[in-house]
Design a protein around this ligand. Structure first.
Ligand code: ATP
Ligand code: MG
Length: 415
């Protein structure tokens, strides 16, 4: 089954809005085993929309548009579709009622433009929008399915999940799909590719591997597809996963949508362990990750952002002479920071980060990206050096994830 996504909107074509709707829909459709073969963006213009629909109908079975369903005069997708499918616009009393109650809830007066939004083509299936006033529409013509969704991302997603996803599964004879995403840290994409090359080569034809890198995390997604038995498919994907774990197990920290901060937080909570932080170059970003998890107060006591040497010395009891001798970004200092935080907060674990985020401050010995991370516990202190990249924002992100990953590894050893 082949699909095309058409996003409608001048704002996309002038670069004011980034087309995230296509990415979202493409990823959802892929999960169902529907291949997106083309993504097109067109302006809010009748000819452009019609040309895009005609083109798409030549090679796709399912055509999804987003955008241009609003009540204002610049939104012309609905009128264009009505003309394209030879529909008459008629008022849907139930839709009008829904719009009325949605607006009442938001304390907005119902106006003529909103009333017009309840006028919909008489030959489509209406997809209820629980999050806004523009309804989705599902047309069928010449063996093809055309679905039109609003442009506002959260409205588009609401309709997709509440009204479309299930209907797509019923309407089309879709293959069984089984996805597993392996979350890894600490191995760059190119080296990972080398490491798992033989395993990848030996994968059966119906199981595909995708590399999805982001700063600090490399996700490996295994997708199995079959028109046969879904239980067998799942087993064969699991079998490949077991093989993969044997090769790269030490770099894996989780699966699918799990987050390192949640996994690590759970480890601390389940084992009644407490945590504190001493952050220099990450400026509180590790603390931000930790506290993004609901319930983190059960294990996280607090942290010190020791950006200046003065604070490292005063609050973390780092030795001034050692800063002069080794520099603030060094094994000696990061270890003292970790043990200083552990003493100060009286926690089971303390993590410290000190690095050169850039763009300035690098030297030949310690180029931008040089980062030390230490973890202190009752078992002593361990520390590691990381050579991150040149970009400040990404360095902070990578350093924060590396700190969590090292903490995670140490907690496991501790248990
Ligand atoms: P509304 O009823 O809210 O006007 P609409 O269907 O008319 O919905 P548009 O007017 O096309 O939607 O877009 C509304 C807003 O939604 C845009 O200003 C933009 O912020 C966002 N948007 C539209 N299309 C996309 C897209 N493809 N990706 C991400 N955001 C989008
Ligand atoms: Mg609009």
């Amino acid at each position: 089954l082949k699909a095309e996504i058409i996003t409608v909107g001048d704002e996309i074509l002038i670069g004011q809005v980034v087309d995230t709707n296509s990415a979202y829909l493409a990823s959802e459709l892929n999960k169902l085993g529907i291949s997106v073969i083309q993504i097109t963006s067109v302006s809010d213009n009748r000819q452009s929309i019609i040309r895009a629909l005609d083109n798409a109908a030549q090679h796709a079975d399912l055509i999804i548009t987003t955008g241009g369903l609003g009540p204002t005069s610049d939104d012309i997708t609905k009128q264009t579709l009505a003309a394209y499918f030879h529909s008459r616009l008629t008022q849907h009393p139930k839709v009008l009622e829904n719009i009325r109650s949605l607006l009442a809830y938001r304390r907005v007066e119902l106006n003529d433009l909103n009333i017009k939004q309840a006028e919909l083509p008489d030959n489509c299936e209406v997809l209820h929008n629980s999050a806004g006033t523009a309804q989705g529409m599902w047309f069928k013509k010449d063996g093809r399915d055309f679905i039109s969704l609003p442009g506002v991302p959260y409205e588009m997603k609401a309709i997709y999940h509440e009204e479309m996803e299930q209907r797509l599964k019923q309407r089309f004879d879709l293959p069984a799909i089984h996805h597993v995403t392996v979350l890894t840290h600490g191995m760059p994409e190119s080296e990972m590719a080398g490491l798992i090359h033989d395993w990848e080569e030996s994968l059966p034809a119906n199981i595909k591997l995708a590399y999805l890198p982001s700063p600090g995390i490399l996700r490996l997604r295994l997708t199995g597809k079959t028109s046969g038995n879904p239980v067998e498919l799942k087993k064969s994907v699991e079998r490949e996963l077991t093989e993969l774990k044997k090769i790269i197990g030490q770099y894996i920290f989780g699966y699918d949508n799990e987050k390192l901060e949640v996994i690590t937080g759970n480890l601390l909570k389940e084992n009644n362990l407490s945590l504190s932080l001493a952050e220099s170059c990450t400026g509180g970003s590790v603390s931000g990750l930790i506290t993004s998890v609901p319930g983190s107060s059960a294990y996280y006591k607090g942290g010190i952002v020791a950006y200046s040497n003065e604070i490292k010395i005063r609050d973390l009891k780092v030795k001034p002479d050692d800063i002069s001798t080794f520099g603030a970004v060094s094994q000696q200092i990061v270890e003292q920071m970790a043990s200083g935080a552990r003493d100060h907060f009286k926690t089971d674990f303390a993590v410290a980060v000190s690095g050169i985020a850039g763009p300035a401050g690098g030297t030949n010995d310690k180029p931008v990206g040089t980062t030390w991370i230490a973890v202190a516990s009752k078992n002593g202190i361990i520390s590691h050096i990381y050579q991150l990249g040149e970009d400040r924002g990404r360095n902070i992100q990578k350093a924060s994830l590396s700190a969590l990953f090292l903490l995670n590894t140490e907690i496991r050893k501790y248990l």
